[in-house]
Ligand binder design. Structure first.
Ligand SMILES: C[S@@+](CC[C@H](N)C(=O)[O-])C[C@H]1O[C@@H](n2cnc3c(N)ncnc32)[C@H](O)[C@@H]1O
Length: 293
């Protein structure tokens, strides 16, 4: 077996990088990502065993980005897409240097499995190894969801995370005392990584499975439903998301993964199902909403 990997590198500014990073799974590509907000750089990498696979992916990415440019009005002035060779031993550990301990809220601290941290009194440690999946707490959407989970905790609420990524929200829910916790994702790697992270964080009893939201059918309903996916996916699946929410004024829905300019359209789609927006958080270019009946 060769000791070389072929990387497709997508380099752009942080704003368009955030959007491209979230759209890539829709064409079955799951990059590792690095964002440096101070230098306004976003870099996503996809790795292949052969140069042919890398060239095919480069073309697929280029075509997809051309399509998204119109929908999301992407500024692609800093976009560069190229392939490069990399030694396997350098690749395996390289992404770890970009993920460190993050104090997300007064109580929640996200800790990579390979770092140590002395928790202060009252702090809750979320230990994760995100691998290729989404969710380190660094991203504005994950942060907002974690803040809502923290604020809404108490009283033994049930919880579902639709599009769980690394499983970070379910780990937070478990540590904050939610119960009957369910998580799903349509990406099989995310499901595996979530299950591993639940073990790592000693969170027993969380149900996690592979599921496309657009095909999700269940009689189960929850006190808190969180969907941190992109606005078009939230809108297209609004009926399915609302069906998972317990009827009654006490239940809450958190929607995230929404660009500010898309927020009103998302809220309008959910108002059609009898919900109203009771809070709106903005972190960097991302909007998140808290809704209730
Ligand atoms: C922005 S990440 C959120 C991850 C995690 N919940 C968090 O807050 O950090 C979105 C996740 O939703 C998943 N996803 C996107 N579309 C989906 C769909 N139609 N059905 C299920 N999962 C989906 C992606 O694979 C990704 O892991």
């Amino acid at each position: 077996m060769s000791d070389t990997l072929y990387a497709v590198v997508i380099s752009t500014d942080a704003v368009s990088g955030n959007i491209i990073e979230e759209m890539l799974p829709s064409i079955e590509l799951f990059p590792t990502s690095y964002f440096d907000r101070d230098d306004d750089v976003a870099r996503m990498n996809l790795y292949y065993e052969t140069t042919e696979e890398a060239s095919n992916t480069l073309q697929k990415v280029q075509e997809a980005i051309n399509g998204w440019q119109e929908i999301f009005e992407l500024d692609l002035s800093k976009l560069e897409i190229f392939t490069r060779e990399i030694k396997k031993e350098d690749w395996a550990e390289s992404w770890k240097s970009f993920f460190h301990v993050i104090e997300v809220s007064d109580r929640l601290v996200v800790k990579p499995s390979w770092e140590s941290y002395d928790a202060k009194e009252g702090q809750i440690l979320l230990e994760i190894d995100p691998g290729m999946s989404f969710g380190t707490g660094n991203h504005g959407t994950t942060r907002a969801c974690l803040e809502y989970l923290d604020q809404l905790a108490g009283g033994k609420k049930t919880f579902i995370d639709m599009g769980c990524g690394s499983g970070i929200l379910s780990i937070a829910a478990s540590k904050l005392g939610y119960h009957d916790i369910t998580a799903f994702d349509y990406d099989s790697d995310s499901v595996k990584i979530s299950a591993k992270n639940f073990e790592l964080s000693k969170c027993d009893g969380i149900e996690v499975f592979e599921q496309d939201l657009s095909k999700y059918v269940s009689d189960n309903t929850y006190d808190l439903v969180v969907a941190n996916i992109l606005a078009p996916v939230l809108i297209a699946n609004s009926a399915k998301i609302v069906a998972a929410l317990k009827k009654g004024e006490a239940s809450r829905l958190v929607l995230s993964g929404i660009l500010h300019k898309q927020f009103d359209d998302v809220v309008t789609a959910f108002e059609k199902h009898g919900l109203k927006c009771i809070d709106h958080k903005k972190i960097s270019e991302w909007s998140s909403g808290l809704l209730s009946f």
